[in-house]
Design a protein around this ligand. Structure first.
Ligand code: NAD
Length: 417
């Protein structure tokens, strides 16, 4: 029988990659599951709920992962945890593949097969495994809710006997998965919503959510989307025109949510200090791109910066602040990826290394890094071919490009098991 192990996450990470719901499904698929005691508590999944669904409870992380064929995590686990795994087993999680290449190499040398879920190709077959989408959607929602809670005025228009409360104005910059959910949430809360992006495809989506689209719609704008659906880095000329448009617009906004990212590049700077200073006191900016350098000039990772009456939120791990939903969706993403790795008859680990989704997400195998970009960062060539090369990734905008947009970011420090 195939064994799946789940250690506890780091103290900074409230999410977990297994829920009682996915335990049931994985047990049905032929797996035996062990989860570290208390690992789901911050997402409100008790040991009893896991046991009832069919999992065993392990006293330590070491017990949870020892002998497991597959280990499921949210973040990159500590070297101690990976060393407790058996050689040839698969570690599957958001391994933050393009930061700390040396740390990753050390994990690779244990002989464990490393799968980074951020690299999942964005093709229809893999939609149910798309962790970037499942988590970004919640981040977009939470950004608006956080801003609404901190905003010292109401969002919807209210007509009362004592007078009219005006609707707040919310501007969403970057309309990918997070931006679309931010628009939808802001609309539900009754705000007047405008949004911008450099990809023309977005215009219709913005309108369908009841928001107004604002952008510099020149010839460059018409070509700004890669074949993979991502944005290109725009020319200096375009950036100037965009800055002029944004500065005119931003000064009349109450809340700005920024989510703009470009694969493989630092986040584009869209809000300057001058623009911040043009906003009314009490206004709020939530910068979702802060982990990649930020879209707003004064944004700082993990901090709320107050500048001349405007607050700039740089909160990290927003999906982690809705851990119940974030864990549920993430655990389903993992379950959808894991089930095809199990031989249903023999109940053994049967990874098809030729499968596109396996190739896209596999970063290390048999003691060596097999991902071209990580190998390059380590100053060498990947141990095996077949993985998406940087050129290929740039061309199709998928797999590695998906994760490169996350760039160097999260801290992956883990406590000892
Ligand atoms: P993202 O996180 O890479 O970027 C967020 C948004 O910022 C994008 O819409 C981008 O165009 C925008 N942006 C970049 N530079 C900008 C600038 N200078 N000014 C304004 N906006 C700027 O995006 P994402 O959420 O990962 O989505 C990227 C694409 O992937 C979209 O086309 C989306 O529809 C597609 N997608 C496909 C699948 C799938 O097929 N499975 C799943 C999710 C998303």
């Amino acid at each position: 029988m195939i064994a799946i192990g789940v250690p506890a996450e780091d103290k900074d990470e409230p999410r977990i990659g297994l829920t009682p719901e996915t335990v049931k499904k994985l047990v049905k698929a032929g797996a035996k599951i062990r989860i570290r005691s208390g690992a789901g508590l911050r997402s409100h999944f008790s040991d009893a709920a896991y046991q009832e669904a069919g999992a065993e409870i392990a006293k330590t992380d070491g017990d949870a992962v020892a002998g497991a064929d597959i280990v499921l995590t949210v973040r990159r686990p500590s070297p101690e945890i990976v060393k407790s795994m058996k050689k040839g087993a698969a570690l599957i999680g958001m391994l933050d593949p393009f930061s700390d290449a040396e740390g990753l190499d050390a994990l690779a040398k244990t002989g464990v097969a490393l799968f980074a879920m951020e690299l999942m190709p964005r093709i229809s077959r893999a939609q149910s495994m798309d962790v970037l989408s499942s988590q970004s959607n919640l981040a977009g929602y939470k950004a608006v809710v956080d801003a609404a809670a901190a905003f010292e005025r109401a969002l919807p228009m209210m007509m009362t006997a004592a007078g009219t409360v005006p609707a707040a104005r919310i501007f969403v910059m970057g309309v990918g998965v997070a931006g679309l959910q931010a628009i939808a949430t802001a609309r539900r809360l009754g705000a007047i919503v405008t949004a911008t992006d450099v990809r023309p495809a977005v215009k219709e989506q913005v309108a369908s959510l009841g928001a107004k689209f604002i952008a510099v719609e020149d010839e460059e704008f018409k070509q700004a989307e890669t074949s993979g659906g991502y944005a290109k880095d725009m020319s200096d000329g375009y950036k100037k025109k965009q800055a002029a448009l944004v500065s005119e617009h931003v000064k009349n906004q109450d809340i700005v949510i920024t989510t703009a990212l470009i694969p493989g590049r630092p986040a584009p700077k869209l809000i300057s200090k001058e623009m911040i200073e043009s906003m009314r006191p009490g206004s709020i900016i939530v910068d979702l791109a802060v982990e990649r350098g930020g879209n707003a000039e004064l944004a700082k990772p993990g901090e709320i910066v107050a500048h001349k009456g405007v607050r700039i939120f740089g909160k990290l791990n927003l999906p982690g602040s809705v851990p119940v939903n974030a864990s549920s969706l993430y655990a389903r993403n993992l379950q959808a990826f894991v089930e095809p790795l199990i031989d249903k008859e023999k109940k053994t680990l049967a990874i098809n290394f030729e499968d596109e989704l396996v190739k896209g997400t596999l970063i290390a195998r048999d003691g060596a890094i097999v991902n071209a970009m990580i190998a390059e960062r380590l100053g060498g060539k990947p141990a095996k071919s077949g993985n998406a090369s940087p050129a290929k990734a740039a061309a199709n905008g998928s797999a590695e490009a998906n994760a490169r947009k996350n760039g160097p970011k999260r801290q992956t420090k883990r406590g000892k098991s």
